[in-house]
Write a protein that binds this ligand. Structure first.
Ligand code: HEM
Length: 363
């Protein structure tokens, strides 16, 4: 069987610092409420952007493309005068805060938390009517906020909250997706193409319904359907789920428990090499999940195991297990697509790539 214990550069020290659920104070906690009020004030006054359509020209063209609903026209609009240098500053602040909190959550750091946040705010997308997705920053509104699949993500939103205050011109959708980019790059993953201009929808009029984010107890067919609704094929689906290399499951969020493998704070292709090892159903009172035969320390969700069970997924699992560069290339492309799903970028909105903190130290 494939070894599940590769050498990981940034190894986890054991720590008594527990996974602090104090962070999990709700978005509108006492200390946060003034800040939130300031934030909403600023946001409602910037760019007149509290609705989703910005101009009539592209809007009409898009209306016909997406079945005639003006609500689902999502044209990116960069805040006045902002350039890549401004967004690099925000990136640097997020990356610095990540680096200052490496012991968080059993030494997972915030990589997993921020990557999952970026995925869940984007993964509500439905290509059939261009609804959902990262554009409107709707995850602070019911019912999306209280979707059981989003349990625990207030931790990531709260982590990023100070940057909404410090940079009042940035939208929630831009900040949350930028957080995901920082998580991947700062943990050693590939460069991710990112574009600005998502516009806050503070009317809460276009909040996607619950049920669009995947339920981990399901099978491969279901996984294929969920990702196909967002416009992904099987190869992209397998590449995206490789994100489970980072972070861990928490019984208080999902009912599942533990990290997927030993690379939980470093972005690598180890999710696939681990998955190709031998697994058995964990003997416990919790939800059905799998445990590795070798160490009993790692876990897989039923939907992760489905990638091994279905031939239309398995070939890509093997491909990425054998070739980390290929995984990085495919993941970067699929993740950039995920975080921009539904957003229409005008021609002058060019892709941005951010330097990691390490690259900036070197230069
Ligand atoms: C079939 C698809 C998927 C299912 C069923 C699924 C399910 C889950 C579950 C149940 C958790 C544990 C949450 C917790 O207990 O805190 C989790 C965590 C996570 N997921 Fe997924 N996921 C899927 C796809 C993805 C994708 C596409 C990404 C990113 C591109 C992703 C990134 C993550 C990350 C980074 C974590 C760790 C969070 C942390 O450390 O707090 N997942 N996922």
């Amino acid at each position: 069987m494939a070894s599940i214990a590769p050498t990981i550069g940034r190894v986890a020290k054991s720590t008594s610092k527990s996974h602090s659920r104090n962070f999990a104070k709700v978005f509108l906690g006492v200390a946060g409420s003034a800040a939130v009020a300031t934030y909403f004030y600023n946001n409602n006054n910037k760019n007149n952007n509290n609705n989703q359509s910005n101009s009539n020209g592209p809007r009409h063209a898009l209306m016909s493309l997406f079945g005639g609903s003006a609500a689902n026209v999502k044209v990116a609009k960069i805040p006045d005068g902002k350039t890549q240098a401004d967004y690099q500053k925000v990136y640097n602040d997020i990356a610095t805060k990540i680096a200052e909190n490496l012991e968080f959550d059993h030494n997972s750091g915030y990589y997993g938390q921020l990557l999952r946040l970026a995925w869940h705010v984007s993964g509500t997308y439905d290509k059939s009517d261009n609804s959902g997705g990262s554009y409107g920053g709707t995850q602070i509104f019911a019912p999306e906020e209280f979707d059981p699949e989003n349990a625990g993500l207030q931790v990531g939103r709260e982590f990023l909250m100070e940057f909404l205050i410090r940079y009042p011109w940035i939208s929630r959708g831009d900040l949350w997706t930028l957080g995901g980019v920082a998580a991947v790059q700062e943990s050693g993953g590939p460069k991710i193409e990112w574009r600005p201009g998502r516009v806050d929808d503070n009317t809460a009029a276009h909040v996607p319904p619950n049920g669009r984010l995947p339920d981990a107890s399901k099978d491969g067919k279901y996984v294929r359907e969920i990702f196909s609704r967002q416009g992904f094929n099987e190869r992209e689906t397998v590449a995206l789920i490789g994100a489970h290399v980072l972070g861990r499951c928490h019984t208080h969020n999902s009912g599942y428990d533990g990290p997927w493998g030993p690379s939980f704070n470093q972005f690598t292709n180890v999710f696939y090499t681990t998955l190709l090892g031998n697994w058995h159903v964990k003997n416990w009172k919790g939800k059905k999940q799998y445990e590795d035969d070798e160490t009993n320390e790692f876990m897989m969700l039923p939907t992760d195991m489905a990638l091994k069970e279905e031939s239309y997924f398995l070939k890509y699992v093997k491909m990425y297990a054998n070739d980390q560069d290929l995984f990085f290339k495919d993941f970067a492309k699929a993740f950039a697509k995920l975080i921009s799903n539904g957003v229409k970028y005008p021609a002058d909105n060019k892709p941005m790539y951010f330097k990691t903190l390490e690259e900036q130290d070197d230069s």
